[in-house]
Design a protein. Sequence first.
Length: 218
Amino acid sequence: MEMTHAAAARSIGERIRQARKSRGLSQSDLASRVGVSQPAIANWESGVHDPRRLTLAKLADALEAPLDWLAAGDRSIAESDKHAGAAYIRRPVRHVPVVSLRTAALFARDPSADPHTVAEDYIPVTLGPAKLLAVFINDPAVNLAFLPDTLVVIDYEDCKPDDGEYCLAHVSETPVVRRWRADPPRLEPSSNEVGHPTIMVRGDVAIIGCVRVSIRVH
C-alpha cells in the first residue's frame, strides 16, 4: 500500500487516520476488524493514547498498511511519561483562525485558500490536523449537538466524513453544519424542533470539512 501523503502524517494517530480514510473505513469499521471499541480508535487517532505493538500489528493488517510505516510515526508522550495529564499538556498548541460562517463558503470554492487572510480571531487548540479553521454555530437545526454560539473547529483537509460524523457543508451557496449519513448520502439535522429538513446530497452540496471539536464560549 503506497501512502502518498506520508510526510504530512507524522504521528501514529495521524497515520492510522490516513490509512483508514484511504481504505474507506469508518472508525467503527476499523474497530470491528481489530476487536476494539470505536472510542479506542478515536483516542488513537487524536493522540490521546498509542496502540501497543501487538495492537499496532493488528491495525496494520486491518488497514493493509506497512507495520514499519505505522510504527515509525511520532509516539505520544504518554508512552514515556505516565502523568495523567502529560499527553494533553505536551501536545503542540495550534492557533486556529476563526472565520465567519459566511466566509467559510470560500473553502468550498477554493480548498487551498488561506484562512489566516480572512481570520476574525484565533482560538488555541491541541489537535493534530494542520488545516483547521473555526466557525461559530448558532443554528436551531443542530441545537441538540451544538448549543447557541458554540465554536466548532473544522478540519478542512478532510472532506470525507464518517457516517454519523458532523461536517461543515456548502448547501445552495450557504455553509451549514449537519450530521453526515452515508447511505444514501444526506445531511441530517439534530434538533428538538420539527421542520428542519434532511438535505439529500446532490450537485449543489459540497463538504468543506469535518468537525473535530466544539468549544462552548461563555
